[in-house]
Design a protein around this ligand. Structure first.
Ligand SMILES: NC(=O)c1ccc[n+]([C@@H]2O[C@H](COP(=O)([O-])OP(=O)(O)OC[C@H]3O[C@@H](n4cnc5c(N)ncnc54)[C@H](O)[C@@H]3O)[C@@H](O)[C@H]2O)c1
Length: 436
């Protein structure tokens, strides 16, 4: 970095994330100083070389060092008056699986030591993957007392092997923080990329990174398990998954990706059970697919526990079928929920606009009468009966605007968040999930 041309941005950690971040930001026109304790990495950058192999990185480092926009140092004192420090140090697993924060703690301490006497405010942005709460519980306290320092979470989503391209064409740009001006300042670094930033809270930004990585891992494992079963059955696994991906409405879409109630119905539980049973007969272990029903049971249990915590004995449940706009009761999680509430001594009345016991028949009728033989006594003929009787409502399905208005008008506390249209009591899980 030339004298009189100080870095605007310091990047701490010149590993896969840090070096790519430093070189790419420099190529967007920013003046960047990369800082790493590893002298080998710093020397490589100073000589215009990438410290590891990553397609396109070497040329980018070379060009930006030559242009005077990118430099490197082993010392945090190089931060100087840079307005933004991006922390990209490693956060490796500890033996017990916990996230190792020693590199992060040390980097933050080293930055804190540079703050006194600075002539301008400093934004510390955390790009390393850190567990939700780390910025608030680890980074902020270490920088406490330095009024001119703000902390932003800015997780990185690049993939090794395509890191430069992923940086330049990000799949997602997330920034979190309490100080909106600081968040916007960091977001502005990426403005030339033309991607709209998602501005959230600190913890949400940290969580989004974990949610994305967990989702990717689950997707890969799902495809591999479907592939393994297809192979065993002599079916072309690629044709199966490629065709699955053709469905952009339900499969590769936001469908089913909202936290809500447990799934149920006449298809999902039955078909998962059959898949697992047949895989077992083929000596095929499919732990991800096998975990879906137990996961669903756990989710239902959390809902039951939350409702049992309510300070109410008379509970009115709105919705009985496994989802709205149907009268199908087969494997409805609401039926299981009712069984458990009744078993725990709660008084329950239920209303579902599409269910009249005298009109349902066949497997549907058998299922409900076997589960709750006295369901007829619990079913209200209309919503008003429930509203006039209950101490607390549980909203188990999305309801029409008219029904929601009546519920609101009743003034009763409501457990369950359905599309955010209802004020919720602290009853825990949202209560609505349509399976098929
Ligand atoms: N590698 C990826 O594909 C990827 C993608 C997205 C997010 N992440 C996350 O980004 C973070 C960094 O990952 P990485 O793969 O680049 O790690 P890395 O191990 O390749 O690089 C970390 C660098 O930080 C340096 N460092 C450690 N402490 C330092 C200090 N106090 N001062 C200066 N330098 C210091 C190390 O010497 C090392 O060069 C991790 O939290 C990781 O989970 C990684």
């Amino acid at each position: 970095m030339q004298a009189g041309n100080p870095a605007q941005i310091a990047v701490v950690g010149l590993g896969y994330v840090g070096c790519v971040t430093a070189a790419c930001l420099a190529s967007l026109g920013h003046r960047v100083l990369g800082i790493d304790r590893d002298r080998h990495k710093v020397d490589n950058v100073l000589q215009g070389r990438a410290p590891f192999y990553e397609p396109g990185l070497e040329a980018m480092v070379r060009d930006n060092v030559a242009a005077g926009r990118l430099s490197a140092s082993t010392s945090a004192s190089g931060i100087g008056d840079a307005g933004i420090v991006l922390i990209c140090v490693g956060t490796p697993s500890e033996k017990n699986g916990n996230l190792g924060l020693s590199q992060l703690r040390r980097a933050v301490e080293e930055i804190a030591a540079q703050v006194p006497g600075r002539s301008q405010p400093l934004i510390v942005a955390i790009r390393s993957t850190v567990f939700p709460g780390t910025c608030e519980e680890v980074v902020l306290p270490a920088l406490a007392g330095h009024g001119s320092v703000t902390v932003v979470s800015n997780p990185e989503f690049l993939r090794e092997g395509t890191a430069v391209r992923d940086f330049m064409e990000p799949s997602l740009l997330v920034l979190g923080g309490l100080d909106r001006a600081a968040v916007q300042t960091v977001a502005d670094l990426y403005a030339p990329l033309g991607v709209e930033a998602c501005l959230v809270s600190l913890r949400t930004a940290e969580m989004i990174k974990y949610a994305c990585n967990a989702f990717h891992a689950v997707k890969i494992s799902f495809a591999n398990e479907v592939g393994a079963l297809s192979d065993k059955l002599g079916i072309d696994a690629h044709e199966v998954m490629n065709t699955l991906c053709e469905d952009k409405k339900l499969n590769v879409s936001a469908a089913y990706l909202k936290p809500g109630f447990a799934f149920g119905g006449s298809c999902l539980p039955k078909d998962l059970r059959a898949l697992i049973y047949r895989a077992g007969r083929l000596d095929l272990n499919l732990p991800l697919l096998a975990s879906a029903l137990p996961s669903n049971d756990e989710h239902l249990k959390r809902a039951v526990d939350a409702i049992l915590e309510l300070p109410a004995r008379r509970i009115g449940v709105i919705g009985l079928a496994f989802k709205e706009e149907t009268d199908d009761l087969r494997e409805s999680p609401v039926v299981t929920l009712l069984e458990q509430l009744i078993g725990k001594g709660r008084d329950v009345r239920v209303f579902d606009p599409h269910i009249r016991l005298d009109e349902i028949y066949g497997a549907n009728r058998t299922f409900i009468l076997e589960s709750i033989p006295h369901i007829g006594r619990l079913l209200a003929a209309n919503l008003e009966q429930v509203l006039g009787w209950a101490e607390h409502l549980v909203l188990a399905q999305k309801q029409s605007a008219a029904t929601m208005e009546l519920i609101r008008h009743s003034g009763l506390p409501v457990a369950g968040l359905v599309d955010g249209t209802v004020q919720s009591s602290p009853a825990g899980p949202a209560l609505s999930r349509a399976g098929d």
